[in-house]
Every structure is written in structure tokens, then in C-alpha cells.
Write a protein that binds this ligand. Structure first.
Ligand SMILES: NC(=O)c1ccc[n+]([C@@H]2O[C@H](COP(=O)([O-])OP(=O)(O)OC[C@H]3O[C@@H](n4cnc5c(N)ncnc54)[C@H](O)[C@@H]3O)[C@@H](O)[C@H]2O)c1
Length: 261
């Protein structure tokens, strides 16, 4: 087991990719904290995780990454319950899309508030606790293939994820002196609740039947299908474990070859 006695916080961990990472970390010996804005989803996630490991190894915390008070309270609560935080997976995000001429200020601000600012200030708060503890740590930021190129209908989400890749580079360079590794993962297209929302938006803006866009993007992946949440857990384990100690400020594509194609 690669994460014995480690404490991992996973934002947006109540469903989708975050929940799959929580399950993998648990199976590798870590204690996991599911930190999410959705209380009902947290409770469902805890029920799932507690089938896998003793209740004392899992914790749910309500967190809104857009709210500094909420971030600070989450860090305090976790440190009170466990000895500190060893691993942070900055996974919470939201998606929206619209043609450039129709993007609203509200949509722009909300996506940047969660995906970029929320990601950064959660990283900062957890990194401060890691520095104070003096045992280093691992921080993994969930980026996207969307952060590597523009998309006509997805300008703001793409920009928010490009910023995640950039912040991963700068934070990685600044924090490695504290033996905190900051790296990222860039998924391609992944079959999660988020993609149900993405598909519905494409149906609206590209005038397609529901489900068609999802089918087409899956068929276009060189691997031959959409990603599943569990396809990302190997990379998340690598970046959380000692195996990646010399890996700094990188964002790893885990996308079935989608970006390369
Ligand atoms: N699904 C994909 O195709 C895909 C592709 C590339 C990148 N990603 C990225 O992977 C990550 C996980 O994606 P997913 O598909 O599992 O998403 P998801 O929508 O299924 O889950 C996201 C979770 O984040 C939580 N969340 C939303 N706003 C929050 C906030 N303000 N504070 C705390 N929690 C909040 C939600 O409640 C939810 O549980 C995201 O960063 C996403 O951008 C997903």
C-alpha cells in the first residue's frame, strides 16, 4: 500500500472523478476527507466509502471553495480530527458554456471563482498547514484538456483551466523548497455527472438530440471510449505517493490520447 497513514483531502470528492480518487486512496491505506459543497452527495459518498473501510478513516466536510472562511474552517476541522493534511486533491469545479457573444459576466465570474480562485486559495490554505507541520505534502490540481486549447463554445471554462495549469507551474516551483509537490492532471472527456450537464448544453447550442455529443466525443477518443472516473486514479495515486517526489509543477494528460490527436 502506497499511502499508509496519509491524510488526503479531496475537494469535490462527493461524486465523479473525486469520489473514485477517494476510493483508490482508501484502498491504498490513506484516510480520506470528502470536502464538497453538496451535503446530500457527501452523505451518499460516505455511505459508499464506509463499505470499503472503517468509519474512522473517512470524513465528510461541507466546503465552498469560493469562500475563504469555509476553506479555513475545513482545514481546521481536518487538522483537529487528524494530525494534519498530507495530500490535497483540488478537484472541485463547475462547467458552463456559451458562444462568445452570449457569455455573461455572472457565468464568467462563477467559473473563475470555483475553478481558479477557489482552487488557488484552497491550495494556499492547505500548503500553509503543510509548511507549519514541516512534513511536506502532495497537491494535485485537476485541470483539463480544455486548459490546453481554446474551444469556440467553451471560452471561459477553457481559460479557467489554462489558469489551473499555470498556477500549478508557479505553485509547484515555489513550494517544492518545502517538499510540497504541486502537480496536475488533465483529463479529456470523462463520463461523470458533469458530462451530463455538458451534453445538455451542447444539445442546446449545437441543436443536437440529447446524448449525441457525448456519443461522438467518446467515439473520437483514440482509446476508443470516454474516460471513466477510475481511469484517473492511477495518476492521482502516483502524484500522491513517494514515487513522484522528483516530479514538480507538471500537468499530466490522462485522456486516452485525446489531446495528442
Ligand atoms: N468530466 C469531464 O469530462 C472532465 C474533463 C476534464 C476535466 N474535468 C475536471 O475533473 C474534475 C472533476 O470532474 P467531474 O466530472 O468528476 O465533476 P462533477 O461535476 O461530477 O463533480 C464535481 C464536484 O465538485 C463539487 N463542487 C462544485 N462546486 C463546488 C464548490 N464551490 N466547492 C466545493 N465543491 C464544489 C460538486 O458538488 C461535485 O461533487 C473537475 O475539476 C473537472 O473540471 C472533468
Amino acid at each position: 500500500m502506497k499511502l499508509t497513514n496519509k491524510i488526503a483531502v479531496i475537494t469535490g470528492g462527493a461524486r465523479g472523478i473525486g469520489l473514485a480518487i477517494a476510493q483508490r486512496y482508501l484502498s491504498e491505506g490513506a484516510s480520506v476527507v470528502v470536502a464538497d459543497i453538496d451535503r446530500g452527495a457527501i452523505d451518499d459518498a460516505l455511505a459508499t466509502l464506509q463499505q470499503q473501510a472503517p468509519a474512522e478513516k473517512v470524513m465528510g466536510v461541507e466546503l465552498n471553495v469560493c469562500d475563504q472562511t469555509s476553506i479555513d474552517a475545513m482545514v481546521k476541522t481536518v487538522i483537529e480530527r487528524f494530525s494534519g493534511i498530507d495530500i490535497l486533491v483540488n478537484n472541485a469545479a463547475i462547467f458552463d458554456m456559451a458562444p462568445v457573444l452570449e457569455v455573461t459576466e455572472e457565468s464568467f465570474d462563477k467559473q473563475f471563482a470555483v475553478n481558479t480562485k477557489g482552487m488557488f486559495f484552497t491550495l494556499q490554505a492547505v500548503a500553509r498547514s503543510m509548511v507549519a507541520r514541516g512534513q511536506g505534502g502532495k497537491i494535485i490540481n485537476m485541470a483539463s484538456q480544455a486548459g490546453r486549447r481554446g474551444e469556440a463554445l467553451v471560452s471561459v471554462y477553457c481559460a479557467s483551466k489554462a489558469a489551473v495549469i499555470s498556477l500549478t507551474q508557479s505553485s509547484g516551483l515555489d513550494l517544492i523548497k518545502h517538499r510540497i509537490n504541486v502537480n496536475g492532471i488533465a483529463p479529456g472527456v470523462v463520463d461523470t455527472p458533469m458530462w451530463e450537464e455538458v451534453d445538455a448544453l451542447f444539445a442546446r447550442f449545437e441543436n443536437r438530440p440529447l446524448g449525441e455529443k457525448k456519443r461522438l466525443v467518446g467515439e473520437a477518443v483514440p482509446f476508443g471510449r470516454m474516460g471513466l472516473p477510475e481511469d484517473h486514479t492511477g495518476a492521482a495515486l502516483f502524484l500522491a505517493s513517494q514515487d513522484s517526489d522528483y516530479v514538480v509543477a507538471q500537468t499530466l494528460n490522462v485522456d486516452g490520447g485525446n489531446w495528442m490527436s
